[in-house]
Design a protein around this ligand. Structure first.
Ligand code: 13P
Ligand code: SF4
Length: 366
């Protein structure tokens, strides 16, 4: 299979200098698109393999539409990070195939240590995870022992093991609000924009790690204002990993599932969407008559690096899913001791979600 490799620059917080970042480098590769005959054959093969192997496919909204559709067509699910974690936890299948990025596979494994968790590509990273190495994060925590440690799902198992709570974008606000009301001061990692948004909304005392997402960090305020002027009736939907100036222009700020719900509940025909463009597949399927525009990333003095699509989410494809089911390769392993510790912070979030009745199933599924 021929693959194109691309290099990616991301923020790496500078040690001992809270608030600054240096630029680090990573890479991603894009799998080849199957032609129509290959696609039909791959889909039929994957359906058979899922059944034979008592496996279920769970996909994120940012992966290729073929994988999102296949997950739903085979009794799996497409959803945000919180629902992905919950679904794998509750599903009886012996094998979970996670189409997403590595932290999503690790979360599934931590919650289901007895199950086999496979991923189409184990090198599907996330700039937030890469920018928050466990040893540097542990030193940050050691320097602030009076703070409750809250980490975003987009982190390694070792970082989660050091945390008191794990949160996703759909539940970060109520959890931090709750901790703030208990009088706790927060140490937050790794996304600085989501952290700043939660801080502003809850008034909590939060010390922020300075990571960022290579996709959301690129949305541009000025160009968004100009697009809004062209579409004055459009509602602006923004994922909170975006910069503050962009979040301030939003009609709705939320996780991927919350943004999709907004396209169903808001009385509007046009939407400007500031998140990975993989989400447009579900939005357009649910509302084929509505107009969805991508928020601008390129503009004055900027170059479109991610072009609204996560380079690591793009590493997932039909070829990879068929291959891992056939070969059993790309299994996720988490050190059992690390997994046990990390599970505590994840379980706290899942219990909290249940307690506040946060809907934890993506929409558009059977
Ligand atoms: P959600 O939990 O909102 O789906 O976000 C995951 C993610 O990686 C966003 O970039
Ligand atoms: Fe990470 Fe951003 Fe990709 Fe989400 S979109 S997986 S936060 S790099």
């Amino acid at each position: 299979m021929s693959e194109e490799s691309i290099s990616i620059a991301y923020d790496h917080p500078v040690e001992g200098d809270e608030g600054s970042c240096s630029t680090a480098q990573s890479w991603a590769k894009k799998p080849r698109e199957p032609n129509p005959e290959e696609k039909a054959e791959l889909i039929a093969r994957i359906k058979r393999l899922l059944q034979e192997q008592d496996a279920v496919l769970v996909a994120h909204y940012y992966v290729h539409p073929d994988l999102q559709d296949l997950a739903e067509a085979t009794g799996g699910m497409v959803s945000d990070s919180l629902d992905m974690a919950n679904f794998g936890y509750q599903h009886p299948a012996k094998t979970i195939v996670v189409a997403g990025v590595r932290f999503m596979g690790e979360t599934a494994k931590i919650l289901n240590p007895e199950k086999r968790v496979l991923m189409p590509d184990l090198e599907a990273e996330c700039s937030l995870d890469l920018g928050c190495p466990a040893d540097e994060f542990a030193a940050f925590c050691d320097a602030h022992p009076d703070r409750t440690v809250v980490v975003y799902a987009n982190t390694s198992a070792a970082v989660k093991a050091r945390a008191d709570w794990m949160v996703t974008s759909s539940i970060a606000l109520p959890i931090v609000k709750y901790l703030h009301e208990q009088g706790q001061k927060i140490l937050w990692a790794p996304d600085r924009h989501l952290g700043a948004y939660v801080q502003e909304q809850t008034g909590a005392d939060m010390l922020l790690w300075q990571g960022s997402c290579v996709v959301h960090d690129e949305f541009k305020m000025q160009e968004l204002i100009e697009l809004k002027a062209l579409y004055p009736r459009a509602k602006v939907l923004v994922h909170p990993e975006s910069p503050r100036a962009v979040v301030q222009l939003a009609d709705v700020v939320g996780s991927t599932t919350q943004l999709i719900k907004a396209t169903q509940t808001l009385d509007a025909h046009e939407f400007i969407v500031a998140t990975d463009n993989g989400i447009l597949h579900k939005m357009r399927t649910l509302a084929p008559d509505k107009i969805f525009l991508e928020a601008p990333t390129a503009g004055y003095g900027a170059n479109c690096t991610s072009c609204n699509h996560c380079p690591w989410m793009a590493m997932n494809g039909l070829f990879g899913v068929a291959e891992v089911l056939e070969s059993g390769k790309n299994e996720i392993h988490v050190d059992p001791e690390v997994g046990k510790l990390a599970k505590v912070s994840i379980q706290r979030m899942l219990d909290f979600a249940k307690q506040i009745n946060l809907p934890t199933r993506g929409i558009g599924n059977a």
